[in-house]
Each structure stands twice: as structure tokens, then as C-alpha cells.
Design a protein around this ligand. Structure first.
Ligand code: CTP
Ligand code: MG
Length: 212
């Protein structure tokens, strides 16, 4: 039987939560911190998890988090991912990147993106249809049937993700960097409840999902 390729996940939790109004990654969501939820699901599907936190929190979080490594983030999300990648073993065949701010991502979504990469894709991202009506700032409604919202976890062939980060600056997500490096990234079904905690109302929405 072929050996399963090793899977590592980088959970980025080094943001400052400007729109939320504070460090949202440490808030409790139904009795468990947002970052702990994200790390727990990542651990279910990974051989190892690297968590990236704000530099002043590294030692306190290393004591709290159950992770292979806890490292300091950088000034942008992309810089934080790069710092996390540096702590992932070089032989990790598949590397997932996940926003700690999406604590409701399930093992099913990880399974879908990992399977695509295992089957030969350079990368895979979960997407959901856009349900809001979207309007351009300069006027005019955008046809939302042409739009998809991209979530995390995103999975990539390890060496391609490292290469993309080594050559590039700051794309909004890792899939953008890998595509800019010339590789095709496939879309899989995301989940409507896999919301990103961005503003205070989102925490209440996540609590409501957990209660259902
Ligand atoms: N992130 C990070 N390092 C940064 C910026 C963001 O690790 N320098 C992480 C956040 O902790 C979060 C994820 O990237 O888990 C998605 O970012 P976002 O939702 O924008 O969180 P924040 O950057 O913290 O929020 P804001 O943009 O409102 O400041
Ligand atoms: Mg941000």
C-alpha cells in the first residue's frame, strides 16, 4: 500500500483584529478559544501543526497550545505564513494554510482540499457562492453568478507553496501566490458555516452555528 503523504498545517493567528476591535483569536467561543478550535481541527487531519501568533505572545501561547511549534508572525498575513512555513519540516508533502479566525472549518473541508492535492493538483481552495448583492464603488451591480468567495483551509504541494512564498510579496492569500507562480489551483466546495470572524457580530453568528 502506498504511504500516505505527510500533511502539515500552518494556522495563522498573528493578526491584530483591527476590524474586530481586539485580539479575536483569543476570545472564547462556546467555552473554547477561537485559536484552540482552529488548531484542534487542524490537528485531526495533520501530522503536525505550526501556529503563528503575535511576537509578544509566543512563549505564553507555546505553553497553552497543543502544536508542534509556535512561532512569531510578521507585519502581513503573507509574512506570517512565511514564518510558519519555516517551521514546517522540509519533507512535508502537503501543506495546508488556515486562518485561525475561521474556527468553524471542519475536517470535511480539510479532507476535500487535501484530497485534490493528493490527486495531483498544485493547490486547492474551498469556495462558496456569493449570496450578497455586490455593487461596484463607482456604480453598477456585479453579476454575482460570476463570483465565488474563497475560504481557508487551503492545501498545496509543499514545495510549490514554499517556492511561491520565496519569490513573491504580499498577495491576499496563498492560492493567489501559487497561481502567480504559474500553477493551477482548483476549487472545492467550502461550507457556508465556515465564516471568518471579522467583526464582533461574527462571533455571535459563530456561537449561533455551534448551538444548532
Ligand atoms: N494574520 C496573521 N498575521 C498578520 C495578519 C493576519 O497571522 N499580520 C491572520 C489573522 O490572525 C487571521 C488571518 O490571518 O487568523 C486572517 O486575517 P484577518 O481576518 O484579516 O485578521 P486580522 O488581520 O487580525 O484582522 P484585521 O484585518 O481586522 O486587523
Ligand atoms: Mg487582516
Amino acid at each position: 500500500m502506498a504511504e500516505r503523504p505527510s500533511v502539515w498545517t500552518v494556522v495563522v493567528a498573528a493578526g491584530s483584529g483591527t476590524r474586530f476591535g481586539g485580539a479575536k483569536q483569543y476570545l472564547e467561543l462556546a467555552g473554547c478559544r477561537v485559536v484552540d478550535r482552529s488548531v484542534a481541527v487542524a490537528a485531526q487531519v495533520s501530522d503536525g501543526v505550526v501556529v503563528v501568533v503575535p511576537a509578544p505572545d509566543v512563549s505564553s501561547e507555546a505553553a497553552k497550545l497543543s502544536a508542534a511549534a509556535v512561532v512569531a508572525g510578521g507585519p502581513s498575513r503573507a509574512a506570517s505564513v512565511r514564518n510558519g512555513l519555516a517551521a514546517v519540516p522540509l519533507d512535508a508533502a502537503i501543506i495546508c494554510v488556515h486562518d485561525a479566525a475561521r474556527p468553524l472549518a471542519g475536517a470535511d473541508v480539510y479532507g476535500r482540499v487535501i484530497n485534490e492535492v493528493q490527486s495531483g493538483a498544485a493547490g486547492a481552495v474551498p469556495v462558496v457562492p456569493v449570496t450578497d448583492t455586490i455593487r461596484r464603488v463607482d456604480g453598477g451591480v456585479v453579476d454575482r453568478s460570476t463570483l465565488l468567495a474563497v475560504q481557508t483551509p487551503q492545501a498545496f504541494r509543499g514545495e510549490l507553496l514554499r517556492e511561491a512564498h520565496a519569490r513573491a510579496g504580499d498577495a491576499t492569500d496563498d492560492a493567489g501566490l501559487v497561481e502567480a507562480a504559474g500553477h493551477a489551483v482548483v476549487a472545492v466546495e467550502g461550507h457556508s458555516r465556515n465564516i471568518k470572524i471579522t467583526r464582533p457580530d461574527d462571533l455571535a453568528a459563530a456561537e449561533a452555528w455551534l448551538a444548532t
